[in-house]
Design a protein around this ligand. Sequence first.
Ligand code: SIN
Length: 276
Amino acid sequence: MTGLTIRRVAGALGAELGGVDLAEPLDSDTIAAIRAALNAHQVIFFRDQTLGAEQQLAFGRRFGPLNVHPYVAGMADHPEVMEIIKEPTDKLNFGGGWHSDMSFLETPSIGSILYAVQTPEFGGDTLFASQAAAYDALSEGLKATLEGLRAVHSAGMEYSAKGASAQKRASMQVAEAEGLAGEFIHPVVKVHPETGRKALYVNPAFTMRFDGWTRKESKALLDQLFEHSRQEAFTCRFSWRDGSVAFWDNRQVWHYALNDYPGQRRHMRRVTVDPV
Ligand code: SIN
């Protein structure tokens, strides 16, 4: 009996959870119920929370060790907390394209927990797309073709001098990955370790090519998968308010931060959970 309420927000993924204060030390039944909701709904949302950086860290650590981003500087006293800030003078937002966080690492993260400190008066929503639903909707023939394939992921494009992520922003320090970003190989179809559900695991930001294929050979099929995977039927949309929290499963979800609030400030804090 955890008192947790769950309301689905869209057909393919997403649920809003109520009846829990994430700033409190939560008992193991509540953490298990949140984990089960995340597994079932792929992205879960909470409203009206008040989380300091330490409380967000404590909540995140209940799900696994926290990642220190290799290119985005964290808070001075809490390197695991990334501040994602778009100032009124910034043109580009961070995360403004479909991606799965940290797929460019050898051991990618399992989930991200984003807390809204300050939201714009309008706009600034985040889209999510279920890659499990995208996989389910493929033909049996294409599923069979993808089954044994692996793909090469890297931060080399997105965090290059020309990449969107590494562009200068007034209140974020993002390093360029030039010469630093390795290439790491992950299966194209990922089996969720807790649910056994399959999901597509390629994304436009970080997937460079299929392993053993050239970039040119890979392009047509990757582009087809990217187009397929962002279909509206696989998505949900979250409108933030100050104090909202989203917790998404990077193993089965893409996300996209919309950049439709020019001249306004948006300030978020993210912790990113690694596998145990
Ligand atoms: C991110 O890509 O982690 C940022 C998402 C957002 O700011 O909505």
